[in-house]
Design a protein around this ligand. Structure first.
Ligand code: DX5
Ligand code: ZN
Length: 219
């Protein structure tokens, strides 16, 4: 599977989002990662479907919607209609995970399941064949710019083994605290999609930084 870069716009300049999107596109981003936070499941509140709709009208890159919200089933339709191409929900927010997966898949978009750092991998055993993406949080969800949790390297390796034993292409996405010190380790452990926020938006030349990450991803 070709590795992909999904910049998170959480730390972008929201007064000039269109300009920020051009930077991501010119740098070679493969997806746009959109972190939706509700102030309940996670302590932070970010943005909603209206922003996604605006972004959709300004880019042709696929939109990777990461829902960090309670009761995601209530919001899926809204985010699909707004333009989400991938809808990822958290295992920890779902009483009826299989049902929610069916409803995402039924809407014709890709389905991702995210796991918090402390959540074991075995919770996906009976649904893994129904999803397109397994997203491993490598920080506790809620904020950009946190430190990568080193124990997650082992979890990525194990998740890759589980994925490789399936008869289906499932992408392994890694989200949180990625930087130039841990990137190669994360790739070697088996990540297919890399989410990156502050490493891009806090750098002096975001376009160049994306380019630099992409060059590491294709090696
Ligand atoms: C955290 C979000 C991440 C985060 C990535 O809850 O899901 O997508 O914003 O940002 P960095 O790369 O800064 O950790
Ligand atoms: Zn995210």
């Amino acid at each position: 599977m070709l590795r992909k870069l999904a910049p998170s716009i959480l730390d972008a300049d929201f007064t000039c989002l269109e300009k920020e999107l051009r930077v991501l596109e010119n740098g070679g981003a493969d997806l746009i990662h959109l972190d939706i936070m509700d102030g309940h499941f996670v302590p932070n509140i970010s943005f909603g479907a209206k922003i996604i709709e605006s972004i959709k009208s300004k880019t042709s890159l696929p939109l990777d919607v990461h829902l960090m919200v309670e009761n995601p089933a209530n919001h899926i339709k809204l985010f699909v209609e707004a333009g989400g191409d991938i809808i990822t929900i958290h295992y920890e927010t779902c009483k009826h995970l299989d049902r929610v997966i069916q409803s995402i898949v039924g809407m014709g978009v890709k389905c991702g399941i995210a796991l918090n750092p402390a959540t074991p991998l075995n919770v996906v055993e009976y649904i893994i064949n129904k999803i397109d993406i397994l997203l491993l949080m490598t920080v506790n969800p809620g904020f950009g710019g946190q430190e990568f949790i080193p124990e997650m390297i082992n979890k990525i390796t194990k998740a890759k083994e589980i994925i490789n034993s399936q008869n289906k292409l499932i992408a392994l996405e890694v989200d949180g605290g990625i930087n130039f010190n841990n990137l190669s380790q994360v790739i070697t452990a088996g990540a297919d999609i890399i989410v990156a926020g502050q490493i891009i938006f806090k750098s002096t030349n975001p376009e160049e930084t994306i380019n630099k990450i992409k060059n590491i991803l294709i090696k």
